[in-house]
Design a protein around this ligand. Structure first.
Ligand SMILES: Nc1ncnc2c1ncn2[C@@H]1O[C@H](COP(=O)(O)OP(=O)(O)OP(=O)(O)O)[C@@H](O)[C@H]1O
Ligand SMILES: [Mg+2]
Length: 633
């Protein structure tokens, strides 16, 4: 068995095992695939075709600045946040509402029923918006500032229309919000302007009032008159000089003096009053200037506010935007769904995998035995041979029980010869002459195996006796066409001698003892001392005795017999017999002290179904076949 140490061979066997499982259960795989493909086809053909239309939008990060008024509508996001926000706005109810209004009550559709109106109440606004939103996808084009709005509908034109409408309404929404912001700003300005205007008017009024009160003409020359004042001072000085000159000539009481003095007094009074006038005039000037400055600043504020509002209004009106439609949607020619080819491929793969999985699962759940390896692994029994069912027409036409005689060149016959080889191989070691053929259940191929083994052994030159110990349903006599004759029952009952019931057959060296009359108590007969004596007697006359027995789980006969023979062979019907049944039979036989199980034979192996079996068969067949052939020749 040097080949078995070859790791490549091990691997090959593993792969063969998987391949065998798949091949053996190919109908499951095929059925699963067919079902999956059929379902996919039904799905593809029953489904209403869905069309997809896309509009491409360019969203530049910042609004182009026409007028420098950042504070009016500024957006100081980071790029990522900005775009995420835009995507959210694109998928918002606000946009859906606008589109819905424009569409005039969009009615949703289903892949199966199309656009069927709902029974009962009409759709609420929320439901309509939801259905609309569900059909819209917003996908950014990677590494660009482009966004694709994709709308699916069962009507291609409508899909394109909604897609474009969506883009339009989004742009309108953005403009509206910006305009709102501008309007808010200008409203605030307007208020400020009104305030400024009021205060300007008040300041102007105050100034005017003041002017009127102080009779101020804009030139301001009336406020003080330095010439008059100087004239008065000069006059006073000259009068004072005149008084001092005249006082030398006149007394104080002189009328001239009195006149001069009164003139001096009046001039002095005039000077005093002029002085007072001067002070008052400068006060008025200061107050006037204050009032005038008030008016000036109010006017300045008013004008600057006026200028600002005109700026803002211009910007608001411009309606510039950073969003543009790059590609408008066009009505698609082909539906996007169902993707028939893709669905088919997916279904095919699913079917294959599910089928494969099922195959392996069933293989695991399957409690039958298929390969000699199963026999070794699960039963811990030596696998003596795997007997394949006949393959060619001629082999099939031959009687299964006599195939080794009728068609010795067939592969099935070769399998029996390999069984013979295996048996001889162990028999040489242990000197096993009497062999019992049994199985766990009925119809497993015991009789067929017993007859053919007997034939090939006879063909190998041994003097073989075949005994039908199935005293309940004897079949050997029918196979050899003996008719109703005496057999084991009579020998055991003591009414006949062995020599008178033994038949010589057409096969050289092969002798047969049939069942005879079916007895009422087979177990007792087979367990009797007479049976042991019979076996002893025949052992001296033949090289090999092969006993066909009933199934072990059905009756106790084979268990009893297993204690009387040199070796027991368990026949297992491949792919059918439950391994636990075989294990039970094995246990029962092993419980008998003097029993010895040589091994198991897989019968009715379907090489057609199990490519792998053929490998095993070939393997054993070749190796031991040659060994057997050598021995024969
Ligand atoms: N290798 C084979 N090729 C074709 N047919 C076979 C083979 N082995 C068995 N059969 C068929 O299977 C059936 C059962 O076989 P057989 O009578 O040998 O089984 P059994 O275990 O002796 O049954 P029972 O429990 O009734 O005695 C028979 O009809 C037989 O022809
Ligand atoms: Mg039988």
């Amino acid at each position: 068995m040097a080949e078995h140490q070859n790791p490549f061979l091990e691997q090959e066997i593993d792969l063969r095992k998987y391949a065998r499982v798949l091949y053996e259960r190919r109908w499951i795989v095929i059925s699963c695939t067919v079902i999956a493909v059929t379902l996919s086809l039904i799905y593809s053909f029953m489904m209403k075709p869905v069309y997809e239309a896309s509009t491409k939008l360019l969203i530049e990060r910042e609004a182009p600045k026409v007028v420098n008024i950042e504070e009016v509508a500024s957006s100081d996001f980071s790029a990522r946040e900005y775009y995420q926000t835009q995507y959210k706005i694109l998928k918002s109810r606000a946009i859906a509402e606008r589109v819905d209004k424009e569409l005039g009550k969009y009615s949703p559709w289903s892949e199966w029923t199309g656009r069927s109106p709902r029974k009962g109440e009409p759709l609420t606004d929320t439901e309509r918006l939801d259905s609309l939103l569900k059909r819209v996808a917003v996908k950014p084009v990677p590494n660009t500032q482009l966004v694709e709005i994709t709308v699916s509908d069962i009507n291609p034109d409508l899909a394109a229309r909604i897609s474009d409408l969506w883009a339009e309404k989004y742009i309108a929404y953005i403009l509206d919000t910006r305009f709102e912001a501008t309007r808010y700003a200008s409203g605030w300005l307007q208020e400020k302007i009104k305030e400024a205007k009021d205060s300007l008017e008040k300041a102007e009024d105050r100034l005017q009032e003041y002017r009127r009160k102080h009779r101020i003409v804009e030139t301001g020359s009336q406020i003080s008159n330095p010439d008059v004042f100087n004239e008065l001072l000069k006059r006073r000085a000259s009068i004072e000089i005149e008084i001092s000159e005249k006082s030398e000539h006149f007394r104080e009481r002189h009328p001239e003096m009195i006149g001069l003095r009164s003139e001096l007094g009046s001039i002095s009074r005039k000077i005093e009053s002029e002085k007072e006038k001067e002070i008052i005039a400068s006060d008025v000037a200061i107050q006037y200037n204050i009032l005038r400055r008030d008016v000036d600043t109010s006017r300045e504020l008013y004008h600057s506010l006026l200028k600002r509002i005109s700026e803002t209004e211009v910007t608001g009106e411009l309606k510039t935007t950073n969003i543009r439609v790059v590609d408008r949607a066009s009505a698609p020619m082909d539906p996007s769904k169902p993707k028939k080819k893709q669905n088919l491929i997916i279904a095919l793969l699913i079917g294959l995998f599910a089928g494969g999985g099922m195959a392996f699962l069933m293989e695991n759940l399957d409690q039958s035995l298929k390969t000699p390896e199963d026999v070794k692994n699960h039963l811990k029994l030596a696998s003596l041979a795997a007997i394949a069912l006949p393959k060619t027409e001629e082999d099939k036409n031959a009687k299964a029980e006599l195939i080794t005689a009728e068609r010795p060149r067939s592969t099935t016959s070769e399998a029996y010869r390999s069984l013979r080889t295996s048996v001889m191989f162990t028999a040489v070691e242990h000197g096993r002459k009497t062999l019992l053929i049994t199985s766990s259940g009925p119809q497993e191929g015991k009789t067929t195996t017993a007859i053919n083994l007997a034939i090939v052994m006879a063909q190998a030159g041994e003097k073989v006796l075949l005994m039908d110990a199935d005293l309940r349903q004897p079949r050997i006599e029918k196979v050899f066409n003996f008719g109703k004759e005496h057999g084991i029952t009579e020998i055991l009952a003591g009414t006949e001698k062995f020599d008178s019931v033994v038949h010589k057959t057409d096969v050289d060296n092969l002798y047969v003892v049939a069942c005879g009359t079916i007895p009422p108590n087979p177990s007792e007969l087979l367990g009797s001392v007479k049976m042991a004596e019979l076996l002893k007697d025949t052992a001296s006359k033949f090289d090999r005795i092969i006993i066909d027995a009933p199934p072990a789980l059905a009756v106790t006969d084979p268990v009893i017999l297993s204690g009387m023979v040199d070796g027991t062979i368990i026949v297992i019907r491949a792919n059918e017999t439950n391994r636990h049944a075989v294990l039970k039979a094995k246990e029962m036989i092993e419980e008998v002290k003097s029993s010895r199980i040589i091994g198991a034979v897989l019968s009715m192996v379907e090489t057609e179904r199990t490519g792998g079996h053929y490998y095993y068969y070939r393997y054993y067949g070749k190796k031991y076949g040659h060994y057997g052939a050598d021995k024969n020749s």
